[in-house]
Structure formats: C-alpha cells, structure tokens
Design a protein around this ligand. Structure first.
Ligand code: MN3
Length: 199
C-alpha cells in the first residue's frame, strides 16, 4: 500500500507558544512528508509495496541492504508516533496506570523527568528520547537517527524528537529548554496510557 502522511492530530497553532506553527509546518509538511515520499519511492515495485508501515520498518531493519529504506521508513513511523506524543494542554504529572508504573519503576515522577531529560539532552546529534515498556518494566532509551525501539523488542509509549528541526526555530541551540517544555507542557499522557493498555 502507499504509505500516507497522516494529518497532525491538532491545528498547527495548537502547541504554541511551546512549539510554534512555523516549526510544525516545516517539521510535518516538509521533513515528515519527505520521509513518506522517499519511503514510497523505495518500496515501489518491490515485495514491500503492499506491506504496512510497521512491516516495512521491521523488514528494513533486518536487511543490511535496506539501510536507506530504513532511514526513511523508520522516520515516518517515529514521526507518526511523535505527533501523538504531544497534545495541547499536555505535560506535567501523569495519571492512570502510567503514573503508577512511573512511581514503581523510577521511584517517582521527578526521577523519571530527570532521566528522560538526561536521555533527550544527552543524545549526541540527531535522534530520539523514548519511554518504553521493556518486558515488564518502564525504561528510558535514546535512539539515533531513524532508529526506533519498535525493532528492538520494546513497546514505545512516548517519544521526544531531539533533531534540531524539532526545536531550532523556537529554541535555537537551547535543547535543554525545549526538553523541559516538552515535559511541562506537551507530553500526551493519555497516549502513553493507551499504548500501555494496548500492549
Ligand atoms: Mn523530526
């Protein structure tokens, strides 16, 4: 099937002032769209042409000769997941099962936030910080470039994009401020809870 660029789940202005409409316009309409276009070019006429995005990502990760496809399809999957990881009026402390598990596995929200920030700020160059379910435990992991916990046997619950295109127009080089804002005002805990429930 042709891989589609999903619409943002909110208006482009909806995350302002934390993420501007201009950032979302470039990030979704240009960067994310380009990964979709490239993925479709790579799969056209191949045995992957009628597969789902997740199947394409998994197949490309397992094939050494499909690195270029993985670099695009992984980015499509990660960005699809990213938009849902943020929400207007999001951020702050979680509720529901994810809150209980954060208490249990990180010894409290503050320790979680510190570890998530360290992973996001410390990811060298381009990549992602993730909250994942690894077996029965919540963990924080970083991935570089298009890499995704999906192909490492983990269940992604939440992600923060730390590529400069995610924040440079709004925060310039101040990645720590962007990550702090992501946790305080943007995190979609309902999405993380839904991912946990669906595992
Ligand atoms: Mn991005």
């Amino acid at each position: 099937m042709t891989i589609e660029l999903p619409d943002l789940p909110y208006a482009k202005e909806a995350l302002a002032p934390y993420v501007s409409a201009q950032t979302l316009e470039f990030h979704h309409d240009k960067h994310h769209a380009a990964y979709v276009t490239n993925t479709n070019k790579f799969i056209a006429g191949t045995e992957l042409a009628d597969k789902s995005l997740e199947e394409i990502v998994r197949a490309a990760a397992a094939a050494p000769d499909k690195k270029a496809l993985f670099n695009n399809a992984g980015q499509v999957w990660n960005h699809n997941f990213l938009w849902k990881s943020m929400t207007p009026n999001g951020g702050g402390k979680p509720s529901g099962e994810i809150a209980e598990r954060i208490e249990q596995d990180f010894k409290g929200y503050d320790a979680f936030a510190e570890a998530f920030s360290a992973a996001a700020v410390g990811q060298f160059g381009s990549g992602w910080a993730w909250l994942v379910l690894d077996g029965e435990s919540l963990k924080i992991v970083g991935t570089a470039n298009a890499d995704t916990p999906l192909v490492h046997g983990k269940v992604p619950l939440l992600t923060c994009d730390v590529w400069e295109h995610a924040y440079y127009l709004d925060y310039q080089n101040r990645r720590p401020d962007y990550v702090k804002t992501f946790l305080a005002h943007l995190v979609n805990w309902d999405f993380a809870n839904a991912n946990l429930a669906a595992k």
